[in-house]
Structure formats: structure tokens, C-alpha cells
Design a protein around this ligand. Structure first.
Ligand code: SF4
Length: 237
């Protein structure tokens, strides 16, 4: 793949250095194009307070952001704080969040998460990844969303779009989201970590779709060896 770290072992140190420089230049160009096409940095999830982003992100697993936003509008109007959500009737919460799918498990997670926020963190959302991932229903992806958007901590959020698009582009070499997170952190400049999720999510929804990527319309085609469009000559020098 054009941007992959593979296939260097046979190169001598000078050759390897040249190859790495070329890859870095291509990655830089690719990030520039992403910034130009997708300047948005805010989350697609609607929230006013940090705990609301945390809950909305838990609800977003295997669901569209639009659907989550419709549900959280009702949920946050009904429960105005982590305490209120922690004390909620499970059946009522399940009824409200049913449209997001997996509603029984998600109701357990968000009620449990709100309860733990109150018991262990004074009702505030913690900023450390270990504290965040200790909350019910919170994995690295959700924790990184919160760290990135609430605390402005450079964080790579790997969701299904980021996993697929970064692999197709050759920026990662794995299907494991945690490994992909670390590969991307190694590969991308730190000041780009937090925006890569929104950018790859946008590209993944609009162009680099799971089943039928629209490579002939893709502005990254010349940097992508997974490109299915007729070969486009590279122009990065
Ligand atoms: S060229 Fe095709 S496979 Fe590569 S990023 Fe674009 S849409 Fe995805």
C-alpha cells in the first residue's frame, strides 16, 4: 500500500530513510486535503454538558448520530443531571432510548455510568483515561471522544469508519481498534489526532463507504492503494 510501513526490511538504512520521508510527505499531503475538505472539528452529537456527551457517546454504539440526537433531546429534558439519571426508573429509560437499539444493555450502561459518576467523581466527568474506562459502558473509544471534545486532550478516536478508512489508506495495518489507535498516534502528528475521527467519519459516510467506496469521487484517490478507480498518477513530490 502506498502509505504503509510494510516492506522496509530489505532496504538499507539510506533507502529506508528515503522511503520514510516520502511516506511522511504523502501523509502530510493527505492530512492537508482532509483539513481542506472537512474543516469541522465539533462532535456530531448534540450536548451542552460533559456528562451529556459521555451518555450520548455510549448510546451511539451501532447507531447513527442523528438518531442518538433525537433520543438524547428527550432523555436530557427528562433527566437534567447525572444524579437524576442514576435514580431513574430503568423501564422509563429503556422506553426513551429504544430507538437507538440495544436499549436494555444501553439503559444499564447509562444508569450505571451516571451512578458511578455521582459515587466516585462527585457528579463530574473525569479526564483521565483510566477513570473514564472504569465507568460502566465506557471503552477507549468513548473515553477518547470525551477527552478530545471536553478536555481538548489530543486523542485518536477509532470507530468503525476510522478503522476502515485508515486501513484502506494504509495508515494502519490492523482490524483491532486499540492497535489502530496506537498505530495512528504513531503515524499522525499529535495536533491532528483529535480531528482525524470527524474527518474519517465524514469521508467514510460520504465517499469511502463500507460496501461500495466511491473511489472515482475521492479526493484521496492518488494516495490510496485500495483505490478501485482507474489508476491516478501521483503528484506528491
Ligand atoms: S480511494 Fe477509495 S478506498 Fe481509498 S480512501 Fe478513497 S474511497 Fe476509500
Amino acid at each position: 500500500m502506498a502509505l504503509k510501513k510494510q516492506g522496509r526490511s530489505w532496504l538499507n538504512p539510506e533507502g529506508r530513510m528515503k522511503k520514510e520521508k516520502k511516506e511522511a510527505k504523502e501523509t502530510g499531503k493527505l492530512l492537508e486535503l482532509l483539513d481542506r475538505h472537512y474543516p469541522r472539528t465539533e462532535s456530531f452529537l448534540v450536548y451542552e454538558e460533559p456528562w451529556q456527551l459521555l451518555i450520548a457517546t455510549i448510546l451511539s454504539a451501532q447507531c447513527t448520530d442523528n438518531r442518538v440526537n433525537e433520543v438524547t433531546k428527550i432523555l436530557f429534558a427528562r433527566y437534567g443531571s447525572p444524579r437524576e439519571l442514576a435514580d431513574a426508573e430503568r423501564e422509563e429509560v429503556e422506553k426513551i432510548i429504544k430507538p437507538v437499539g440495544l436499549y436494555r444493555a444501553k439503559a444499564n450502561s447509562i444508569i450505571g455510568c451516571a451512578g458511578r459518576l455521582c459515587e466516585s467523581f462527585g457528579g463530574e466527568v473525569p479526564d483521565k483515561i483510566e477513570d473514564l474506562t472504569s465507568l460502566p459502558g465506557v471503552g477507549r473509544k468513548t473515553a477518547n471522544v470525551v477527552r478530545s471534545h471536553v478536555f481538548s486532550e489530543p486523542s485518536v478516536v477509532v470507530d468503525t469508519h476510522v478503522k476502515r478508512v485508515s486501513r484502506r489508506l494504509g495508515l494502519t495495518d490492523t482490524d483491532d481498534p486499540v492497535k489502530a489507535e496506537f498505530e495512528l498516534m504513531e503515524r499522525l502528528p499529535k495536533d491532528h489526532w483529535s480531528r482525524i475521527n470527524i474527518q474519517f467519519m465524514s469521508l467514510g459516510r460520504e465517499i469511502c463507504r463500507a460496501r461500495s467506496p466511491r473511489c472515482d469521487e475521492c479526493f484521496l484517490a492518488q494516495y490510496c492503494d485500495s483505490c478501485r478507480a482507474p489508476r491516478i498518477e501521483k503528484t506528491c513530490h
